[in-house]
Ligand binder design. Sequence first.
Ligand SMILES: Nc1ncnc2c1ncn2[C@@H]1O[C@H](COP(=O)(O)OP(=O)(O)OP(=O)(O)O)[C@@H](O)[C@H]1O
Length: 391
Amino acid sequence: MYVRHLQVTDFRSWAHADVAFEPGPSVLVGANGQGKTNLVEALGYVATLGSHRVATDAPLVRHGASRAIVRTAVVNAGRELLVELEVTPGRSNRARVNRAPVPRPRDVLGILRTVLFAPEDLALVRGDPGERRGFLDELLVLRAPRFAGVRGDYERVLKQRSALLKSAGVARRAGRRGGEGTGEAGDIRTLDVWDGHLARHGAELLAARLDLVADLAPHVGAAYAGVAPESRPASIAYRSSLGGALPEGYGQPGGPRADVATLEAALLDELGRVRPQELERGVCLVGPHRDELDLVLGEAPAKGYASHGESWSFALALRLGSFELLRADGAEPVLVLDDVFAELDRRRRRSLAGVALGAEQVLVTAAVPEDVPEELVGARYEVRDGEVRRV
Ligand SMILES: Nc1ncnc2c1ncn2[C@@H]1O[C@H](COP(=O)(O)OP(=O)(O)OP(=O)(O)O)[C@@H](O)[C@H]1O
């Protein structure tokens, strides 16, 4: 697939921008702060309904404006779709496809698939587990858009159950002190119901993540070996809060596909087991929100041990592995390389350029053209003073 056209209004620094693209490599060149990343961020938003830089929508709207609009024409196997998103922080966002409103913004997921590699990706290796869970869930949704709903349902249930745990914990402590009117028994009965919901939605999310990691792991290992052949081998593994209760081989390449019903039963058991600690601490201790994607270099965890260069290579391998996985699925994602070549040495640049050349479309941003490997300089755009000019 490729993006044929991008138009933004009041998005980040852009009052208005209108850019036509072609398949193959395109490079956006401009000095720092001219708005190059803002343009590719808009494309990432259409693909994921999120930003690779911020967790909320508010910063995406130009200062002083009330809403941002992103319109993009995406060509997939010869068929063009026009996607339009209106981002209004504090209100429901709106979406249209081929000018017709769709019920929910998430109905546009799957029309544009992008894999974006950016300096922020160092946090995939060095940041908190939440970064890596976010990485997995984003890829899950790119692979199968219905998981946006599954994840949303899980988060809703988790929030409700966590609030209930807190109030039941408070009631229990008040009861122990001989306090008045403890609603513990009622809370506990309700908690049983929420355990069921959490196990059901959690099992669906967990099964999907486990299968994703099993499929992704070989691609990440191969991508890392290509990017950093001199380094120790890289691997990834899913670590579930179920611990030893996770069936053997789940999440491993060549292992059995994860069975949702089995995982639901395991989650329910485990929730029963940890209930006293959960009430004591007022937090939900079991479920995919507590899980981790382990990144391993040789025998050591990448986090805390990998050098700066190795961390970069691992982050890059996670993105290139994702790109290869989506291609193996039969999708042709757009590859977006935001300001990354300046960070890479010659060998890594060449290796990344090699993969990028295989993409149907690759969009690159750079402060100076010299940062970009020659073979990737196809169409060139200059971004300056609030304008994008093809040169
Ligand atoms: N909501 C917003 N409203 C107005 N301006 C914004 C908003 N968000 C970001 N900006 C501005 O956008 C500019 C940054 O744009 P962007 O990150 O796209 O730059 P860039 O060309 O990629 O630069 P670099 O090469 O440094 O990465 C900054 O000047 C920032 O102040």
